[in-house]
Design a protein around this ligand. Structure first.
Ligand code: TRP
Length: 329
């Protein structure tokens, strides 16, 4: 039997190449080796302010683009978190095992609290416990994540251990799987590629926009004039070449940038053409799915049904171990 793998996907409307290179690509590579469940985590998303009128679209687009990028629903379960009420139920139970002090140490909470000063709500604080419930509900063993989620998975191990000690062995301690893709920097070259920073290229970006965005992107800032030699090692776009261009092109760009044979614009042109080519199939498939939301809904409903079954079984075990399930005397 394959080990169970669980990961969460934020329902951001725009899935970008940073998400793809840093996460989705890695997940696709794991589909064969694990019994994979991926959840679109809408209950996590509501811990910061959002527009309810846009949420449906965000969820459906996240599903469509992840499937379009290769997260084949025939080889994994894809579902929406709020369709399985046991996530919140288990969260409450785990809340009663989680020391406040541990949550106060979470750096993501501290960062988000700072960014959302007017809305530091209990949900934001409890976010990592909901994340733990996500994993434990399915007895997830492996959790592929980016570096920024490491602390949360460590916490989930600690909570699993606490549950097992207090009520009896039930949950495996989840192990993180870090992808070897370095974090992809945004087009500003300064911060991680993210939707909120508006420094990204989405997976469904049209060719003109890809070119427009790349032509404005920050390169080696020491290269001020066309005839200055550049340094690919500190150029964020050269990093992107490594993912989208072939060996020969990479070697050529590397050399000709250093000797100023090519300028940034020529380098960007090559990158843009390759990126457009590489993203074309993903874009096509994603857009086709976005135009058929009923098909996406079918996938998600099927996924939720499978998950509810597993979740109900786990909750029965949890209640039983905790003395909560009423039995005939
Ligand atoms: N917090 C994760 C993120 O922002 C998403 C997430 C929610 C998750 N539940 C999860 C990741 C469970 C792994 C396992 O990226």
């Amino acid at each position: 039997m394959k080990k169970r793998l669980f990961s969460g996907i934020q329902p951001s409307g725009d899935v970008h190449i940073g998400n793809y290179l840093g996460a989705i690509k890695n997940w696709i590579a794991l589909l064969n080796d694990y019994d994979c469940i991926f959840s679109i985590v809408d209950y996590h998303a509501i811990t910061v302010e959002y527009d309810p009128g846009l949420m449906q679209k965000r969820i459906l687009n996240a599903a469509a683009v992840n499937i379009g990028a290769g997260l084949d629903p025939d080889r994994c379960i894809l579902f929406v978190q709020s369709q399985v009420p046991e996530h919140t139920e288990l969260t409450w139970i785990l809340n009663s095992l989680t020391p406040m002090g541990l949550l106060e140490r979470m750096t993501q909470y501290k960062d988000k609290a700072k960014q959302n000063e007017k809305n530091v709500n209990v949900g934001l604080f409890d976010y990592p416990v909901l994340q733990t419930a996500d994993i434990l509900l399915y007895k997830g063993c492996a959790v592929p994540i980016g570096e920024d989620q490491l602390q949360h998975v460590e916490l989930s191990r600690e909570i699993a251990r606490k549950f097992n000690m207090r009520y009896g062995e039930l949950f495996p301690e989840p192990q993180h799987l870090l992808s070897d893709a370095p974090r992809i920097m945004g087009l500003d070259g300064k911060s991680k590629m993210s939707k909120s920073m508006d420094n990204y290229i989405s997976l469904i970006e049209d060719p003109d926009t890809i070119w427009k965005k790349l032509s404005r992107a920050t390169t080696d800032e020491n290269r001020k004039r066309r005839n200055d030699p550049g340094n690919p090692e500190i150029c964020n776009l050269f990093t992107l070449h490594k993912y989208f261009s072939n060996e020969t092109e990479i070697a050529k760009v590397n050399k000709e940038c250093r000797t100023a044979e090519i300028g940034c614009i020529e380098c960007k042109r090559i990158l843009s053409d390759n990126m457009v080519k590489a993203l074309a199939p993903i874009r096509e498939k994603s857009l086709a799915l976005m135009n058929k939301p009923d098909d996406v809904l079918d996938v998600l409903n099927t996924g939720a049904k499978k998950c509810r079954k597993i979740a109900e079984e786990t909750m029965e075990e949890v209640r039983s171990l905790m003395g909560l399930r009423l039995v005939k005397v």
